[in-house]
Design a binder for this molecule. Structure first.
Ligand code: FAD
Length: 515
């Protein structure tokens, strides 16, 4: 048996033989840079690393690394890569995946947020002005977007592209795409990154950008953790607005709803800064859509809902500053002139920029207080081509989801634009200039996630059968053939990049692409 094999088996047997919190990996076998107490195999650490927001799968790693420096991760990946029997490694951000994407069987989970130790906290978000790029932030990949927002706002600056929920890590969302209602204007979060530090599957720390190691840069953006562990991202910043006009418009006719949304995202200057939309079904959870509206408005919308069963609620936001001298109501009214929402069903609110961006946190705290946050989440997220969105509405929203007559979480449906995505990145979107973001964000409050899961399969099967070429987002439930289909013309490049940057297939096995 080769000596490296003996070493690896020794490590494993050492790991397996130990219980209790203060576990040490055999220090003599590890690079001295990784202090022993950073690698844990106690029940608490293993349990934490084997769950995620989805609460559907549960995969236990052998050990969990709690790094306090980038070198700790570098040493771990090098150790694996240089072994003849490498072990798998996955960076885990906030663990807000749905299906174990950050989990590892027979390997090591790296708890990225451990980099955010007290000592490091202040120097892992650095704001700078680049002579060519302007303002940007150098951010540790373990940082939560809410912390990036708080730090940048202190200097009157802000990232431009967001996710709906801010308690996610920078590395986690950049591994997917990072989308929200700002995407039509600025592109996904992966389109707003200037530079990355990445530990590749070969255990090398590489700085990359569109000019410097561009192949790695584009591979990692939307790369599902397959090519490297991101440790730092340089993110585009702009002047932060201070307040927003937040408007909701109600429709019962889906074609009017989608036509108006598409019109609004086509306005360039002086248009909206954010556009999303969701469905309201007549048997929605009591509080799921009502909290935003006044009791009188809830009564009016409920009565409309009784007649129409499904309503579509467009959510539009325009940013302002306290120094503006324009009349904001008149300004937004101009944007909505000629739209076909139900007459009288337009609702406006003023909010601070922070309160608007952090809106999902309020819902989270409410759901937590009701014990409804920590439940299984059989979500289905996908991008639907604009050319088939009418069919999708009828065949999926009306004929499947509404007919099921079961209370669900938010159902998102809003258009965004292709021209803000760079085709060199790994992320995959459908053909066509405009496509729809659809999120079926079910919460299985009764624990019965399988029923939703079957419905999700039914929806995907139907799309396949009637030729709606959706691209799933955030999903890892695919066979090899389905991954090839998913990546389409990008598959060959994806495989070639895997061979180049992670030839031993060490990284993020929970995505189920190469194992
Ligand atoms: P994790 O779940 O920990 O990891 C996800 C994947 O990325 C894993 O494969 C992991 O190995 C890999 N990874 C993690 N960190 C790194 C790193 N530093 N380098 C390389 N790979 C890494 N997404 C949107 O786009 N828009 C939304 O509006 C949105 N809203 C959401 C709201 C909620 C309530 C939740 C739970 C999720 C939402 N998401 C949204 C999905 C979210 O972006 C992804 O699930 C994301 O992966 C979560 O980040 P995380 O830090 O929890 O990553």
């Amino acid at each position: 048996m080769p000596s490296s094999m003996i070493i690896f088996l020794t490590i494993l047997s050492h790991l397996i033989s130990i219980n209790g919190r203060n576990v040490t990996w055999n220090a003599s076998l590890l690079p001295p840079e990784i202090p022993d107490n950073k690698l844990r195999r106690d029940a608490e650490a293993i349990e934490l690393a084997s769950r995620d927001f989805g609460k559907i799968v549960n995969i236990k790693p052998d050990a969990v690394l709690y790094p306090s420096s980038v070198d700790d991760i570098l040493n771990l990946v090098s150790l694996s890569y240089n072994s003849t029997t490498p072990f798998r490694v996955a960076g885990k951000g906030r663990g807000h995946s749905i299906r174990g994407q950050a989990m590892v069987k027979d390997g090591v989970v790296v708890e990225m947020t451990s980099l955010n130790g007290v000592k490091n906290k202040n120097n892992r978000i650095i704001i700078l002005k680049d002579p060519e790029l302007g303002f940007c932030a150098d951010v540790g990949a373990e940082q939560l977007w809410i912390d990036v927002l708080n730090a940048t706002l202190q200097q009157g600056l802000s990232p431009v592209s967001w996710t709906d929920y801010l308690y996610l890590t920078v590395g986690g969302t950049l591994s997917n795409a990072g989308i929200s209602g700002q995407t039509f204007r600025h592109g996904p979060q992966i389109s707003n990154v200037y530079e990355l530090d990445v530990i590749t599957g070969k255990g090398e720390l590489v700085t990359c950008s569109n000019k410097n190691n561009p192949e790695l840069f584009y591979a990692v953006l939307g790369g599902l953790g397959q090519f490297g562990i991101i440790t730092r991202a340089r993110i585009r910043l702009d002047n932060a607005p201070s307040k927003v006009k937040w408007v909701k418009l109600i429709y019962y006719d889906f074609s009017a709803y989608s036509r108006d949304q598409e019109k609004l995202i086509s306005i360039n200057d002086d248009g909206l800064n954010y556009l999303e939309g969701s469905l309201i079904m007549d048997y929605s959870l009591p509080d799921s859509w009502k909290s935003w509206f006044s009791p009188d408005d809830v009564a009016r919308i409920s009565s409309l809902l009784t007649n129409h069963k499904i309503l579509y609620c467009m959510e539009a936001v325009k940013y302002y500053n306290y120094t503006n001298t324009i009349n904001e109501d008149e300004d937004v009214d101009k944007l909505f002139e000629g739209l076909s929402y139900v007459p009288g069903f337009i609702f406006k609110k003023d909010a601070t920029y922070m309160d608007f961006l952090n809106r999902v946190r309020v819902e989270e705290l409410l759901l937590q207080s009701l014990g409804l946050w920590d439940v299984p989440h059989p979500w289905l997220n996908m991008f639907v081509p604009k050319s088939r969105i009418m069919d999708f509405n009828q065949r999926v929203f009306v004929d499947i989801i509404h007919k099921q007559n079961r209370s669900t979480g938010p159902l998102l449906a809003y258009p965004t634009k292709r021209n803000t995505w760079d085709d060199r990145m790994s992320a995959v979107i459908p053909d066509g200039e405009i496509f729809y973001v659809v999120g079926l964000l079910h919460s299985a409050e009764d624990g019965d996630w399988e029923t939703w899961d079957n419905q999700n399969k039914q929806i995907l099967d139907l799309c396949k059968k009637i030729g709606i070429e959706v691209k799933e987002y955030l999903s890892n439930q695919k066979t090899k053939e389905e991954w090839i289909l998913h990546f389409g013309s990008k598959w060959e490049t994806f495989v070639q990049r895997k061979t180049q940057f992670d030839p031993k297939m060490i990284l993020s096995p929970g995505q189920n692409i190469f194992n």
